[in-house]
Design a protein around this ligand. Structure first.
Ligand code: DON
Length: 552
């Protein structure tokens, strides 16, 4: 890879460590921890808790996520799975109404939509195993931000205006995010979150018990009981973090490591890279019709497989190795007609026996001066999750249960379909698309950390980030800014951003692709790259305001 760091777009340059996240105050918290001698994990945990205060639409303690950690000294990369778990009383058909249809309100906007939160357990697990600082130390900034307040950004102010109706349905959320007289916070006003501060304080004092037991647990369970929700004290006690091996694949001369199941991200990222490796993409030209056609056809096939084969590996035999196999990719590549679009109705997921031969979200990254790297994506699913806050505890609950397949063939909030592999079962984790990723050079040194929100589009956004850097030699900021496309098999629609030329779109239409009716915005990455001299280049996605990359 020839990283051309300055290209036409400017990343933030750091000689030592750097933190990049969707919210500037939280990035500063991470940078301060690095400057105080903390490592990338200390900074990541501090940033995670800070985002729970300053970016309530996605930062959280009421949700879950995935943290990919590269440890420089041990030269080891691990994946921490702190995804939500279905409560013990959850059942396969819990979101079906009397007619057998999915009750979307219940699945997305009720206390039933929440899985048992994993964020607090995940952050504490990361810190205890791979950090160097105390929980008190890394949580202090978040506690202060909640207790003393922080100036509301333009982005938060306008988002709270947009979500007024959504959050207004819940009295606790109304209290937490709107003024006592119901007025909106203006940019620059202080937002104080006293209940959240108290909850964070309990966590910093008691560790896991400050959330999964005692007062916080009592408040959460009481919130459930008022509305017939399922999460019990026992569910909270039973929450478990799972440390997993990341899935890694070779792409050209690089190694790409990403999140394994229960995320579908890593498996399909590597599957698509494997298909694409068979072509000289650079020679086709960036975002040319010939290039985009190959992308779409690879995406179409990967998402078809996702619908059948991906789910929580602790409950279902996910054929991850087979899906990431180079020869399977070669088979798929051969099926692609280079002159014409396939129709998704003609593409089926690989049959189980065939491959069984051999089963609002936010991303941030920290990189320290020693070369430790954290790539973390966590979420409460939709912006502001279920919209329901735990009254008295100050935080929003996720609606991650909608990431399960409530009924075979019925689409979830991202238009994704699934079946048995991702059916609801007690204790199971809903399938995710979150794709925190780290790329390594041929010598095994980390060179890029990236990830994105965007539901089903996350995997294809991360794919294009990697292709931009590896195949097209773009610097990290240019790779971020470049227009993106997305296809997910079903619906059979090619979504695209402004900036893909009309000429190109016309050619794609002639080839038989069905284009979305207007450009959309795809993903919001936060990325860091590093060069041979260990200089870091960090870039926040210009698609959404409020983000920042801050050197220590
Ligand atoms: O885990 C998943 O795939 C989804 N819950 C992610 C949701 C998301 O990215 C929302 N952000 N725009």
């Amino acid at each position: 890879v020839k990283l051309d760091p300055l290209a036409r777009f400017h990343p933030v340059i750091a000689e030592k460590g750097v933190t990049v996240s969707q919210e500037a105050i939280a990035s500063q918290v991470g940078a301060d921890i690095l400057a105080a001698g903390g490592n990338a994990v200390d900074a990541a945990v501090a940033t995670g808790f800070a985002l729970a205060v300053t970016l309530p639409r996605a930062g959280n303690i009421g949700g879950g996520g995935f943290m990919l950690v590269h440890l420089a000294e041990e030269n080891k990369t691990i994946a921490i799975d702190y995804r939500e778990m279905a409560p013990a009383a959850a059942s396969r058909n819990m979101f079906l109404d009397a007619e057998g249809d999915v009750d979307r309100i219940k699945a997305r906007h009720s206390v039933h939509s929440s899985g048992v939160p994993g964020t607090v357990a995940g952050m504490i697990y990361a810190l205890e195993n791979y950090g160097t600082m105390s929980l008190k130390q890394v949580m202090q900034p978040a506690i202060e931000l909640a207790k003393k307040g922080f100036p509301v950004s333009r982005s938060l102010a306008s988002s709270l205006v947009r979500y007024r109706d959504y959050l207004g349905k819940d009295s606790a959320s109304s209290n937490y995010f709107y003024k006592a007289d119901g007025e909106f916070y203006q940019a620059g006003d202080l937002l104080l979150q006293k209940d959240l501060a108290a909850t964070l304080k309990r966590i910093s004092k008691q560790g896991r018990a400050g959330f999964y037991k005692g007062k916080t647990a009592d408040l959460l369970v009481a919130q459930m009981r008022r509305n017939g929700g399922l999460i019990s004290h026992q569910d909270l006690l039973n929450y478990k973090v799972v440390e997993r091996q990341p899935v890694c694949g070779d792409y050209r001369s690089n190694k790409v490591c990403a999140m394994p199941p229960p995320s579908s991200g890593g498996v399909h990222l590597i599957q698509m890279l494997n298909i694409l490796e068979g072509w000289n993409l650079n020679a086709l030209g960036h975002n040319s019709a010939a290039y985009l056609h190959r992308l779409v056809e690879s995406m179409r096939r990967a998402y078809a497989d996702r619908s059948l084969h991906l789910g929580d590996p602790d409950f279902y035999p996910v054929p991850a190795e087979q899906l990431m196999d180079k020869s399977y990719a070669a088979t798929l590549r051969k099926q692609i007609d280079l002159s014409k679009a396939s129709r998704s109705v003609d593409i089926q997921p690989a049959p189980t026996n065939l491959i069984n031969e051999s089963p609002e979200t936010t991303h941030y990254a920290t990189w320290d001066r020693w070369g430790n790297v954290v790539s973390n994506t966590y979420t409460i699913n939709f912006s502001y999750g279920s919209g329901i806050s735990v009254a008295g505890a100050g935080f929003l609950l996720n609606n991650e249960m909608d990431d399960f397949s409530s009924k075979p063939g019925s689409a979830n909030g991202y238009g994704l379909i699934g079946g048995e592999a991702n059916a609801i079962q007690p204790g199971k984790r809903p399938l995710s698309s979150m794709t925190p990723t780290i790329v390594f050079d041929p010598q095994g040194e980390p060179i890029v950390a990236t990830g994105s929100p965007g539901g089903s589009t996350i995997i294809t956004v991360v794919l294009q980030m990697l292709l931009n850097v590896i195949d097209f030699d773009m610097g990290i900021a240019e790779a971020t800014a470049a227009p993106r496309i997305h296809h997910q098999w079903l619906p059979d629609t090619l979504r695209y951003e402004r900036g893909i030329s009309v000429d190109t779109l016309n050619i794609l239409t002639e080839m038989g692709h069905s284009l979305g009716d207007k450009p959309v915005r795809l993903g919001v990455t936060q990325s860091i790259a590093s060069d041979k001299n260990k200089i870091k280049y960090a870039a926040s996605d210009p698609r959404r305001e409020g983000a920042a990359a801050i050197p220590e």
